[in-house]
Write a protein that binds this ligand. Structure first.
Ligand code: CMX
Length: 467
């Protein structure tokens, strides 16, 4: 792609490159609100730590690969490095070492609010440090300032056949088309040095996170509200408050729910479909827009992010067929009928987790606090009682407990966001926080293009016979 001088991003011009080097040399205090400066100071230390670790342990074995693992979706193979979060099968996710209840307690909240601000979680994911309120406020402001969409994206979104195109399809296409704005792609075309890749990946990631709620809200308005305008971004408000307002909701409680929702859906270590896809595509040095769009296409699958839509379809159908106040026995019959029909029970099971997902638990606690009498919440609670023993009885389901998707739809319904096929878009907005924080570190650590070895069954047969 030829670049004209006017297209060269400002930070890449000679004098600006020096500014990047200056950032690298600047002394930054722990209280600084300059996130990029903080990262620039951390990256060389982390590079050194990993270099020394690899020098000492580069040849140390951390696991083995069996034939079953290869045919079984690579379950249990330790083959990826992801710094932002680690998933324990029993305890659930820890973001940089912090569990969900710890994040709810420790991360800064909006004035008068109880739930953590996703901006704070992003800071934690990308730096490993719990931010101050001032640092979180600075991110809210920065994202609001970066939120504007280029006109061709607005035109594109407004020309989609929104009534018949799934919101996730619109979302993915718009994110791909946003790569016209990629500073990394431009920097790469300019021959930027590998050591500085992270810097334009960071810029793209911040731009993309800032723009996602605007893209998502436009899709919502076009798909379900006859293209009603989304209004203007307010730079004094946080990311979630601007998002709910653009969606057309003015309930403070719904905005609190969205802060919690956008925090807990952000990251689930590196091997899940969306995170792994972003990491893989990014390893080919595709820019963050292309990499994230690829991950969004994976999130759109019913065994991954689309399950939150599927859960509500499942519950609504059950209610329609069996009415209100369904006895447990009838719920069980319905579940068994679903399994017999060859379908999965959406929102239940997990490839890694072996207990109730703490992301489910914190949504349940939110419901107990704010909507304890809601009939759909009661049904969700009843399903929580009935489904696990039924799945255990199948003898094959490794985790009979609910995952994050088993609860979210009911909360969104309660506050009036009833359009189920929109739910995965919200998941996608949140997932950007984790996977893009990881992408910045992938490039900062100079991780190479990903290329595991595959084998044919014939080769495997030979390899096992040789043993
Ligand atoms: N309902 C019915 N059957 C289920 C099941 C469920 N909720 N969960 C697992 N099983 C079945 C599997 O389909 C598999 O059956 P086969 O051997 O006949 O193919 C068997 O139990 C063993 O599967 P597993 O090892 O327990 O689970 P996997 O790691 O293969 O799959 C997951 C994990 C999430 C895809 C699966 O549990 C599932 O399909 N759940 C429902 C969909 C869902 O909620 N997805 C969202 C997950 C969270 C997220 O990524 O957002």
């Amino acid at each position: 792609m030829a670049l004209f001088r006017s297209q060269v991003p400002r930070f890449l011009e000679n004098n600006q490159i020096q500014t990047v080097h200056q950032i690298l040399k600047r002394t930054i205090s722990a209280e600084s609100t300059d996130l990029k400066g903080i990262l620039a100071a951390k990256i060389p230390k982390e590079q050194e730590r990993i270099k020394a670790f690899r020098k000492q342990h580069g040849a140390t074995k951390v696991g083995e690969v069996t034939v079953d693992m290869m045919y079984g979706g690579m379950r249990g193979i330790k083959g990826l490095v992801c710094e932002t979060s680690v998933l324990d099968p029993d305890e659930g996710i820890r973001f940089r070492g912090y569990s969900i209840p710890e994040c709810q307690k420790t991360l800064p909240k909006a004035d008068g609010g109880d739930e953590p601000l996703p901006e704070g979680l992003f800071w934690l994911l990308i730096t490993g440090d719990v931010p101050t309120k001032a640092q979180v406020k600075a991110i809210s402001k920065e994202w609001a300032q970066r939120a504007e969409l280029p006109p061709h994206i607005v035109t594109m979104l407004n020309n989609f056949p929104a009534s018949k195109m799934h919101p996730m399809t619109q979302f993915s296409a718009a994110i791909t088309a946003l790569n016209t704005e990629s500073k990394f792609a431009q920097a790469y075309a300019q021959g930027v040095k590998k050591a500085l890749y992270w810097e334009s990946i960071y810029e793209d990631s911040m731009d993309l996170i800032a723009k996602l709620p605007v893209v998502a809200a436009t899709i919502y308005r076009n798909s379900f509200q006859d293209g009603k305008g989304i209004g203007a971004i307010d730079t004094s408000r946080d990311w979630s408050a601007n998002f709910t307002s653009m969606l057309g909701f003015d309930s403070k409680e719904f905005t609190e729910l969205m802060r919690l929702y956008l925090t807990i859906h952000s990251d689930h270590e590196g091997g899940n479909v969306s995170a792994h896809t972003v990491h893989l595509v990014g390893s080919a040095l595709s820019d963050p827009y292309l990499s994230f769009a690829a991950g969004i296409n994976g999130l759109a699958g019913p065994l991954h992010g689309l399950a939150n839509q599927e859960v509500l379809v499942f519950l609504t159908k059950m209610k329609k067929e069996l009415g209100d106040d369904i006895p447990d026995e009838k719920v069980k019959e319905y579940v068994l009928k679903t399994l017999k029909g060859g379908q999965v029970i959406p929102g239940y099971g997990h490839a890694v987790l072996r207990k109730t997902d703490p992301r489910y638990t914190c949504q349940r606690e939110f419901a107990q606090k704010h909507l304890p009498k809601d009939p759909m919440f009661k049904l969700v609670s009843q399903v929580y009682k009935v489904v696990p023993p039924v799945l255990m009885e199948t003898g094959k389901v490794k985790n009979p407990w609910p995952n994050v998707d088993a609860h979210s739809g009911v909360l969104l319904q309660y506050y009036g966001l009833k359009e189920m096929n929109y739910y995965t878009v919200l998941f996608g907005v949140s997932r950007a926080l984790g996977v893009l924080a990881s992408l910045v570190w992938d490039r900062a650590l100079g991780l190479p293009i990903e290329r595991p070895k595959s084998m044919s069954t014939d080769c495997l047969v030979k390899a096992t016979q040789a043993k």
